[in-house]
Design a protein around this ligand. Structure first.
Ligand SMILES: Cc1cc2nc3c(=O)[nH]c(=O)nc-3n(C[C@H](O)[C@H](O)[C@H](O)COP(=O)(O)OP(=O)(O)OC[C@H]3O[C@@H](n4cnc5c(N)ncnc54)[C@H](O)[C@@H]3O)c2cc1C
Length: 389
């Protein structure tokens, strides 16, 4: 796959996004190679089961799920966690080139991916799916969480299902600064119990989350846990610069949902759409035209305009949410999950459209108490007024 060969597509990164796009590229008949360093996937990947049709064989566990806001509510959708090995079996289908990219050089009709060992891999198009890298020293907002994996469901965690968000306060000293508990089965009787902070400009430190989790569980059970999961998900607002000749995909292209921090389902869903756009952009007819239009076409599949508008609203929604004190956050999510399932489900997808996001925001705004509305509207009321038009 090296030397003088020029592939149709070179994908940098062998996480869920890179492999999913690689598999989709194989499916549409492209000559593709995935460049990656074959690092193990360590994070627990959760998803709504119905968001990833066809991926059921890759689930380690699937469960009903509750949300605890002002009261406990069972949501109507199943929630699943991926088994990494099974997921890889489904999507690790493109040829691989082991290595680490150090730079990408763009030429008139192709690009060269330069690897740390000096090797070069050439492609007519290059996609960066190497994850949400953050420049050293850059201050980027992040969702953080401290999780413990147990070989059983801890008795102190009430209920019997997964819990998407339990917004009850972990203790009196944290009453004004909300974080939530997330509880999911991992299969084989194992459970992950995690204290999570929504995205913050100054990410909540893991020690702080650990103390909160200990308070919920009655003790710091870290020593009794099978494993500790330290979550730090960089959250950059907006969409990437689409004039870049290296096209982004997955977390590298900000597929991370502002409210949930999730991106895996979004990448799995987008991969066939983007692979098709790559094939079309390289077709003889298009290839003779301006090379820049090739990239534009693929970027448009990565972030279609309706989804870009939705992202702007999602970002606004997160800003508004982060202005609320704890009690209001509970009222907010209570109103959110009382909406018709199709509406809130769509809001929680990266690949949604602006009109749906705006409908959800309007309906939540109208159903929360006046005190919450006032606080939601503080700060920057103009976008909200535009929304409510
Ligand atoms: C602990 C944790 C839990 C999470 N839980 C969830 C969840 O439940 N559900 C969900 O949807 N999302 C979750 N996320 C967020 C997000 O979906 C993941 O970060 C996901 O891994 C992003 O997938 P990706 O393929 O885009 O990027 P990555 O998974 O980051 O994959 C990028 C790959 O590229 C490789 N790479 C990086 N640089 C180079 C280079 N220069 N050359 C070659 N290869 C390179 C890396 O080694 C890596 O394997 C979680 C994140 C964390 C950290």
């Amino acid at each position: 796959v090296t030397g003088t060969t020029c592939h149709d597509l070179v994908i940098i990164g062998d996480g869920p996004a890179g492999l999913a796009l690689g598999a989709a590229a194989v499916d549409v008949g492209l000559d593709v190679v995935v460049v990656g360093d074959d690092r193990p996937w360590l994070a627990t990947y959760g998803t709504w089961a119905d968001d990833v049709p066809g991926f059921e064989p890759a689930f380690a566990a699937s469960s009903p799920i509750d949300v605890v806001t002002l009261d406990r509510r069972r949501l109507g959708r199943a929630y699943a966690t991926f088994d990494h090995t099974a997921l890889r079996l489904l999507i690790d289908r493109a040829p691989r080139h082991l290595g680490r990219m150090t730079s990408v050089q763009h030429h008139d009709d192709h690009a060269t991916v330069v690897l740390a060992d000096g090797e070069r891999v050439r492609g007519r198009l290059v996609v960066d799916a190497a994850g949400a890298r953050v420049r050293p020293g850059a201050e980027v907002a992040a969702q953080t969480a401290y999780g413990l994996v147990f070989d059983h469901r801890p008795d102190v965690v009430d209920g019997d299902a997964a819990v998407l968000m339990d917004w009850r306060s972990p203790g009196a000293r944290w009453r004004d600064d909300p974080t939530f508990l997330y509880v999911i089965p991992l299969g084989g009787g194992r459970w992950l119990v995690e204290e999570t902070s929504l995205a913050r400009a100054r990410p909540m430190p893991h020690d702080e989350l650990r103390a909160r989790l200990a308070s919920r569980l009655g003790d710091d059970l870290t020593a009794q846990a099978e494993a500790v999961e330290l979550v730090h998900i960089p959250m950059r607002s907006g969409v990437p610069d689409r004039s870049s000749l290296t096209i982004g995909f997955g977390a590298a292209a900000r597929y991370v949902h502002p409210a949930t921090g999730y991106s895996v389902a979004a990448s799995l869903r987008a991969a066939p759409r983007v692979a098709t756009a790559v094939r079309e952009s390289l077709s003889a007819k298009t290839a003779t035209s301006d090379p820049r239009s090739r990239h534009e076409r693929v970027w448009e599949a990565v972030w279609p305009s309706s989804q870009r508008d939705a992202r702007a609203l999602h970002d606004y929604g997160l800003d508004a949410l982060l202005r609320l004190p704890a009690a209001d956050v509970q009222a907010f999510f209570d109103a959110f999950f009382a909406l018709p399932e199709a509406l809130w489900s769509s809001y929680l997808r990266v690949d949604t459209d602006a009109s749906t996001v705006s409908r959800v925001m309007t309906q939540v705004f109208r159903s929360v108490p006046w005190s919450v509305r006032r606080r939601l509207a503080t700060g920057s009321p103009l976008p909200l007024l535009r929304l409510l038009r």
